[in-house]
Ligand binder design. Structure first.
Ligand code: IMP
Length: 440
């Protein structure tokens, strides 16, 4: 049975939570392969809304085993807290498996994340300050401390001592921050080790054996294509491989195991943090005036665009199809799930970006140079809207207003991948399936 990857096609917050929720119960394993507790999505549990940050959403389904793969960075304190929250809500975490090769986020990673951002000033990335970047830095520098190191106190102390010999002078001399002792960190982390030990596993072997036994695996991407360390808007990205290529790397399951790649595409665009965003409709506080500011504010308000992890107001703009096409290529998308289409029901006409213009040159593809994307002016196509028609009750493509159907067809034709799911309201059943199949 080929596996499925679910990825964001924009800058995150495309509504992965709802789509994961719709399909996860069909899978035996739901696996996170990158990122850490910088992610955030809301899942509905009975009458309660729960925010997941690090836990794979498979935890919500009894039949699914949630797995934290080797490519994830784990803040053990955050994980223990999330598990306690879930257990208090009656969600069992007993099946959780954590890769022994995943790297640990240490207290100094969080300090350095905040300090680096401060130094960057107005060029700051707008990170979540969860220590993600500094932890991946140590991983790439081969100086990281891994989940497996928690299993042996002696090794943990040795590695920590070596790490602090380098980190303390940086914290103290460069940033004037608090330094750490081995004892101080051991006092915090060793109790986590005792709690997490039963969940630590050889997840590469586990997943490959599951494949051999014909089990279904869902790789659950966090963040999104344009935040990918290689393919995103570097340096305004996160520090991991969020696109579908990250799944084999971050889990140890070979690339040929993947048969379906579903890209989640919001019907408009949002971005949290700094960096280029050609179709942004700036808020008044960011310099937007007139129609631009009105559109930005309307998308934010109607779409409830506030961060789950940080509560920050997200930057909003029209759908960028140049980026959509790029995401189809980078991820090898077989399907697109178009989300929040209902948010567009408030507009007379709807703009989609079909190319960029910079210094007299037209770009039909993502420009090679970051500076070009930063200053690129979007070239829009304006499509007729379906203003005032409530589409939230539509359950088939044919029930949608004609202009909504044309919009969908325009998007899929432009980007070159079929839109097989359309979300028309937050509720689970407010979804249109269109030639959708779990078969490949
Ligand atoms: P970091 O991942 O905390 O290092 O932040 C790097 C960039 O990725 C910042 O612009 C964050 O706002 C963005 N980012 C990280 N996680 C998410 C997410 O789950 N949704 C949207 N943006 C994110």
């Amino acid at each position: 049975m080929p596996s499925t990857v679910l990825v964001g096609t924009q800058w995150g917050d495309e509504g992965k939570g709802k789509i994961t929720d719709l399909i996860a119960s069909h899978y035996d394993y739901v696996v996170r392969y990158q990122g850490g507790n910088n992610a955030g999505h809301t899942v509905v549990h009975g009458d309660t809304k729960l925010a997941l940050h690090l836990m794979p959403s498979g935890v919500m389904y009894e039949n699914a085993t949630p797995v934290i793969g080797n490519g994830v960075v784990v803040d053990p304190g955050a994980l223990v807290k999330e598990m306690a929250m879930l257990q208090a809500e009656g969600v069992s975490c007993d099946n959780l498996k954590i890769s022994c090769n995943a790297h640990l986020i240490m207290p100094y990673h969080k300090d350095l994340d905040g300090a680096d951002e401060k130094v960057l000033g107005k060029n700051s990335i707008g990170t979540t300050k969860r220590g993600i970047g500094p932890c991946y830095q140590d991983k790439a520098a081969r100086k990281g401390i891994r989940v497996q190191d928690l299993m042996d106190e002696k090794i943990f102390r040795l590695k920590l001592e070596a790490a602090l010999a380098q980190k303390n002078p940086i914290l103290d001399k460069i940033y004037g921050l608090h330094t750490y002792t081995v004892e101080e960190i051991c006092d915090e982390y060793l109790p986590y080790a005792r709690i997490l030990a039963p969940f630590m596993a050889e997840t590469t072997q586990l997943l490959n054996e599951a494949k051999r036994a014909g089990k279904n695996i869902l790789f659950e991407g966090a963040q999104a294509t344009m935040l990918d360390i290689d393919h995103g808007t570097y340096p305004y990205v996160t520090s991991s491989s969020c696109s579908s290529g990250g799944a084999p790397i971050g889990t140890g399951v070979g690339a040929m195991a993947i048969g379906k790649v579903i890209g989640i595409m919001k019907a408009y665009t949002t971005r949290v943090g700094g960096g280029p965003f050609p179709t942004e409709q700036r808020f008044p506080e960011n310099g937007g005036v007139g129609e631009e500011a009105e559109t930005g504010e309307a998308l934010c308000a109607i779409g409830h665009e506030y961060g789950v992890t940080t509560g920050r107001k997200r930057r909003c703009g029209w759908l960028d199809l140049v980026i959509g096409k790029y995401a189809v290529d980078v991820n090898g998308l077989t399907d697109i799930a178009l989300t929040k289409l209902d948010v567009l029901s408030e507009f007379d006409t709807i703009k989609v970006c079909v190319a960029y213009e910079h210094e007299g040159k037209r770009y039909d593809y993502c420009p090679m140079q970051q500076s070009v994307l930063f200053h690129a002016k979007p070239i829009y196509e304006e499509l007729p809207g379906w203003k005032g028609v409530d589409i939230s009750e539509c359950r088939t493509f044919e029930e949608l207003p004609e202009n909504a159907q044309r919009y969908i067809e325009y998007v899929e034709e432009f980007v070159g991948a079929p839109i097989t799911m359309i979300s028309v309201a937050p509720e689970r059943d407010a979804t249109i399936y269109r030639n959708w199949s779990f078969e490949y």
